[in-house]
Ligand binder design. Sequence first.
Ligand SMILES: [Zn+2]
Length: 503
Amino acid sequence: MKPCHPKKIGHLLHGRRNSVDNKDDQEDGAGLCDCTQRAQVDTSQVDKSYRSYRCSHRFMEELTLSGSQLVRTGKSVDHCGYCKTDASSICEGMLALSLNVMDYQNLIDHGWRRSGRYVYKPINKKTCCPMYTIRCEISSFHLSKSHKKVLRNMNKYLLKGKPVQSLSETKRKEWNKYLANPIGELPAPHSMSDFYDNEDASSRSPAEHNERGKSRVNAERRKTDSLSEEFSSRKGSFVDSAVSNDGTHRKKAKVIRHENKVNKLLSQGYSEKEIHERLKTSKVVPQVSSNLEDYMSKLESGTNKLLIKLVRTSPKSKEYRETERESFQLYRKYQIVIHGDEPNEVTKSGFVGFLVDSPLEPVGSENDPSSSYGSFHQQYWINGTLIAVGVIDILPYCVSSVYFYYDPDFKVLSLGTYGALSEIFFTKNLKLANPMIQFYYMGYYIHSCPKMRYKGSFPPSFLLCPENYTWHPIERCLPKLDLSKYSRFHEEIRADGSELIRG
Ligand SMILES: [Zn+2]
């Protein structure tokens, strides 16, 4: 969900960039390539009928955009936040003055993404960490075990957790104290045990117990996507549980229960064979199937009431303006705690440029999302306290996730994963009213960076072929990416070696 760090695009938005020389283009044999004509960011370069922009250096990308205004900014070479290498992340870029939603749909279906008004596309053959556009087909989406665990945890908190106000108030004081003197360790986030009264704490799952030991956030944490952190920590806890005391306890209890049953039946005069048959049949238990809708619809009553509110951010709606300060403060806390940003680095203008300002031309009203398009925030309020914000674009065929930030004090609720599931649920509901909307785009899948592979865990997922822009099930792409960090996915090649070009 993290397309591009705001610091990475800052210089582009201010007209400064690290450009590479034209030699690269010549080496690619890109004699026809018009991106050798480097454009500075100035409005005289606006291309109103943008087409035939050869950005892959191999294919002429036939895109006819209808009325959008884009300024080419050329290539940028930046520090890579994924492999932590300097001058290795190579992208093509454009500054969008205005962009209609259909044009942007076309662009993302050709490997582009937006970050604020900056529209960029990694040059996958050259960049250190190739990025492949990934989307989930929502009509066939199914929950994994770890998704269900996240949903159960959240529902349990909403139903019988301590009121969010009392939790937030405690942390607010610690947070204000830290901001007044931002040196040393950050305030610890809540652990799962903080969320419940004593009698509920005894019913915590083993994984929840594990979380108790992770109460301190390391100030030198690595800058990774929030979801990836959750993915990694969950993975770690699963591995731990197989060998830890918790896992052993579960196994022992099961064995003890079995032994007790056997002993009871033996005392009743059953033979070993009969006991074996009885216990075998008793294992057959009806399967309870819970889908996303089941989990999301169980939120009607409880200690904490979750309200997910859709507000248009570009142009700023009244609802957004009234909550902008709160939203920015939440973003600031998130960037400092989760991504290790310095407090003075996280500015209001940076926030607005990255997550509020958008070139997408609005269509419709947010009161009727089924016929509205453009840029929005989904605000997650619990009893009137803002705990998370999903930044999304609603486009003709999809909901596209731009970013997700949340209150780090609630990190153990796996809000990043919860947000993705909630956005899939939202997209499914949009589809009921507007059948054209069929996909949930999660940005880029980066196979060469293990921490970023979590985006492939929302099945069924498809990756965009970086050469002919067709979609392929991720399962078929992964073996190719295991062999080489760059790969095309479409295998259709003409007899003369040329390939299909799709516009
Ligand atoms: Zn890299």
